[in-house]
Design a protein around this ligand. Structure first.
Ligand code: MGP
Length: 269
């Protein structure tokens, strides 16, 4: 079911969220191997102490605020789609550089958290939150005579940019498991785009291209660069410009941003 809203959470919803067992309110609600994320809480959200709420998955997958700030500067445009918004770390920053943000997540809890967190930053009015599957959103957009009221009236919007920060398969992404028949080589710990979910990297890119000419992916720092370059071959008749940016927080590399845009057709004068 799709529910759209940029409005404030009502008091009951806010209360429900605070009482939810899935929301982590203190360090010891996290497993010991995740305490490092608690220690980094003010890097994740500088306004953490004002009441930011996260569930377990968001603790390890939210984009740290300074990184989200950089991505938002790079993605500044009129209308942006955040296809896997999670607890809202990126959407909040996009709301500061873009006129309109549409933020989708399949998990209703993530949408409630993102709306709550956006309220703390005072940007909830610039974000339309939609609970649903990005694959359904794209499918619905492709329908002929699509009902314009679908997906909170966002179904027919022109998106200048689509941003994708999908699940990477959990905290073990730096040590991907390998098929037994693979011999030990030097770069065994490279991350393959085929480990992304709910779609493998190339399929995710194909899906994103149906929404916008400009696709931005937030990927593991150990992603195989050859696989990223294969994005350029997904549409044989289109020439792409692909830029890969290392996203550092202090002295630590956190992730890669991959910016893909279309180059003009040089055969047309
Ligand atoms: P990390 O490597 O788990 O943490 O995630 P850390 O503390 O930087 O690494 P360490 O080397 O000090 O142990 C780094 C960043 O990757 C996080 O801040 C998230 O923004 C991002 N990230 C991590 N995971 C597992 C995911 C994921 O599944 N999806 C997305 N979109 N981002 C993730």
């Amino acid at each position: 079911m799709v529910r759209a809203s940029g409005d404030r959470l009502d008091q009951q919803e806010s209360g429900d969220l605070r009482r939810s067992k899935s929301v982590i309110r203190q360090k010891h609600d996290l497993p010991p191997d995740m305490h490092k994320y608690w220690r980094a809480r003010h890097d994740l959200f500088s306004r953490f102490s004002e009441g930011i709420l996260l569930d377990t998955e968001s603790w390890y997958s939210v984009t740290p605020e300074a990184v989200a700030y950089r991505l938002a500067a790079q993605c500044a445009c009129h209308t942006i789609l955040d296809a896997f918004c999670g607890a809202g770390g990126n959407a909040i920053q996009f709301a500061m550089t873009c006129e309109r943000v549409v933020a989708i997540d399949i998990d209703p809890l993530k949408i409630a958290l993102a709306r709550h967190n956006a309220q703390i930053y005072g940007v909830q009015q610039r974000i339309t939150f939609l609970c649903g599957d990005i694959r359904d959103f794209v499918k619905d957009r492709a329908q002929k005579d699509v009902d314009g009221d679908l997906w909170g009236g966002c179904i027919n919007l022109n998106f200048d940019v689509i941003f994708l920060s999908p699940p990477w398969g959990g905290v073990g992404y730096l040590n991907p498991s390998l098929p037994e028949d693979v011999e030990k080589q030097k770069f065994l710990d490279e991350y393959s785009l085929s480990e992304l979910s709910p779609l493998k990297g190339l399929d995710l890119f194909r899906l994103a291209r149906q929404v916008s000419k400009n696709v931005v992916l937030y990927l593991p720092r150990n992603t195989n660069l050859n696989e990223i370059s294969q994005l350029s071959q997904v549409e044989p008749d289109t020439t792409f410009n692909i830029q890969i940016e290392e996203l550092w927080l202090g002295y630590k590399l956190k992730a890669l941003a991959v910016y893909v845009s279309e180059l003009p057709d040089s055969t047309q004068d």
